[in-house]
Design a protein around this ligand. Structure first.
Ligand code: SAH
Length: 213
């Protein structure tokens, strides 16, 4: 578990790449500059960790592209103390970003292998999400609702209703919607049954699958 000056330098370059691609939120950029992304990947991918690319992790899943992580995090408009829900813990990298932003993080993963691995790994780096859950993100987390924001980090064929209903009024759901290609979509809850919707172009994610495994 080494983090060297070389890694820090590579992260700074990555931050510059993200800035050039339009990421402006300083807290998000600071999180990318700080978190040792190479430790969230298998060691053979060490040299790739600070390129702006997605990479394979365990259980046929991927660690999202840094730009995607930054873009979604920026849309969440997190303030310290916000209660947030993540669907798709995966490697835990996005979870770590949310922790760095000062959020109280709840995160659900449907693959037991990843759930166990990431549950052990995050505390080793000093990240303590409020709760990591082995379960199905399609149903959200009713016991902890409502949330200031919810982020879905897998491609959803449709928008799961429970996620909308678990937002605070004013709360934000950021979800990539679609089958082969997804449209990044933001829902803002304006009232009990009122939502504002905005779209942000195409992204590619592994699929949001039902049930757990
Ligand atoms: N946030 C992760 C991205 C991982 S890829 C990271 O930064 O590494 C998407 C993840 O969503 C995978 O780990 C996959 O197993 C998980 N996933 C897919 N469908 C799910 C569901 N219904 N509920 C919870 N997690 C799900």
């Amino acid at each position: 578990m080494k983090d060297t000056f070389r890694h820090q330098g590579l992260r700074q370059q990555l931050v510059n790449v993200l800035k050039n691609k339009g990421i402006t939120n300083n807290a998000v950029l600071a999180a990318v500059a700080k978190i040792p992304r190479h430790l969230f990947m298998d060691s053979s991918f060490l040299d790739h960790a600070y390129q702006d690319k997605a990479f394979p992790i365990a259980a046929d899943q991927t660690i999202s592209q840094p730009y995607t992580v930054a873009f979604q995090s920026e849309l969440m408009q997190i303030k310290p103390g916000h209660k947030v829900l993540e669907i798709g813990t995966g490697s835990g990298y996005q979870t770590a970003v949310l922790c760095e932003l000062g959020a109280k993080v709840y995160s659900i993963e449907r693959q037991n292998e990843l759930f166990k691995k990431t549950s052990k790994f995050l505390p080793k780096l000093g990240y303590r999400p409020k709760k990591l859950i082995f379960g199905d993100g399609y149903i959200g987390l009713k016991t902890e609702a409502p949330f200031d924001s919810i982020i879905v980090t897998a491609g959803a064929p449709f928008v799961p209703r429970p996620l909308l209903s678990q937002l605070k009024i004013g709360g934000r759901l950021i979800i990539p919607v679609g089958d082969d290609v997804q449209i990044m979509t933001l829902f803002i809850r304006k009232g009990p049954k009122e939502f504002e919707q905005e779209e942000f172009g195409e992204f590619r994610f592994v699929p949001l699958l039902e049930d757990k495994n």
